[in-house]
Design a binder for this molecule. Sequence first.
Ligand SMILES: Cc1cc2nc3c(=O)[nH]c(=O)nc-3n(C[C@H](O)[C@H](O)[C@H](O)COP(=O)(O)O)c2cc1C
Length: 476
Amino acid sequence: MNKISQLISLLGGTGFVAERLKIQPSAISNWKKLNKIPSGKREAILELSSHLDINIEDFLPNKIFHDIKVKMLLIICGGIASYKSLEIIRLIKKTDIELDVVMTKSAQKFITPMLVTSLNEKKCFTDLFSIEDETKMNHIKLARKPDIILVAPATANIMAKLANGLADDLASTILLASFSKIILAPSMNPIMWSNLATRENHKKLLDRGIEFIEPNTGDMACGEKGTGRLQEPKLIVEYILSYICKNQYLENQFKDISILITAGPTIENIDPIRFVSNKSSGKQGFAIASELTRRGAKVTLITGPVNIPFPNCESVIKVTTAQEMFDSVTQRLPTDVLICSAAVADWKFIPKTSSNKKIDINNKIKKDNKNLLFETKQNPDILGTIAKSNLRPKIVIGFSAETNNIKKNAHSKLISKNVDLIIANDVSNDKVFGGDFNKVCLIDKNNCEEWEKQSKNSVAFNLANKINDLLTNFNQ
Ligand SMILES: Cc1cc2nc3c(=O)[nH]c(=O)nc-3n(C[C@H](O)[C@H](O)[C@H](O)COP(=O)(O)O)c2cc1C
């Protein structure tokens, strides 16, 4: 019996697994024959196995997840649980994950770099100011190379340093200079864990998207009882494997799907130096573009003038006025999904005198122009026009920034513009525009889902899941 056959029978047999995964039993029989699970089904299999007491060591040596090439950096900090990181290294070595290890100075008081080096069969890094390593800018290389940085055990000290941007040794400098996914597995005395400073650092790090493998509750090495024990190495490694599978699955979720996103404000010029605009920063639309790109979508982002870095999506088109944004969107149709998150100026402002005389807008309007008035001219309605056109994308999503009657106004917009989903937010408190957090309400024809306040990145993550559901329903 090969390993996949063993795994399937441990999970309850071909019929049970097929039913739980909603696929034909013949597909499972095929996996057993090939001794391989397709990458798209790995997350589901991992989820099924997470409810059972299965020893992953029985499966890891055969490298079920063999076509996933992941680089990981393990940072070992100095605490009573430092020795448990040796077991983490041993388990990771049984997978295909490429592992590098960094130890803090304090960690070296508990276990030696020599032990780590021989276990990992690779040099263990300890020093920021190593002439030998720094000829190759090693601290930046170590920060950029891994897909995942696992800090285990993570001390109260490293949490405080990371939360406050301190970089006074190799470990903290790498953490600050990295774009990688950071996962912390803390371990400390329960009073240290519950200390207000640690609580605040924990919250700050969670808000920045850092993940935690939360510590256990029980008897501590110091004789006290409470929360602060490092999770078991086996569970930490399972968490990492599950994260990798989930990520691998997500990276292909929107493969071959084209998505057009508008973001930021638009600007309507009055004369060569003056304009009318709004407070949109573009952060929410950019976060959505990043998340959908990460999940494999071909994203075109059409943005008004903003002051934030561009996401790494297929293309970014810069526009200024509402008309330019409209033209740019329509030129790029058809697309599978359209997300209009830009705060488009509803009107152009045309200066004139009270006696209806035209003013030359190619030159700066002079202050002595006492009878200045502005005529308003409606800009094109990007969302409504495209949602009602014969080039309508499969899914059309609009944003609705409101200051009152939020749900009612958003619902009317949903119906009158023929869109699938409106994401409404209350912008009356002046904290949404430009901020990193958002509190939104998702309105479709049948439901109104209120989401709790969360970071704009988290809204983007959850919205990507919602778009996946909408596309699945559309294709059924
Ligand atoms: C015997 C001993 C055990 C310790 N255990 C822990 C611990 O489990 N968790 C923790 O946060 N700090 C612990 N500390 C304190 C850390 O070693 C200390 O805060 C150190 O500065 C951490 O450095 P690092 O974060 O650079 O590894 C311990 C100290 C000693 C002497």
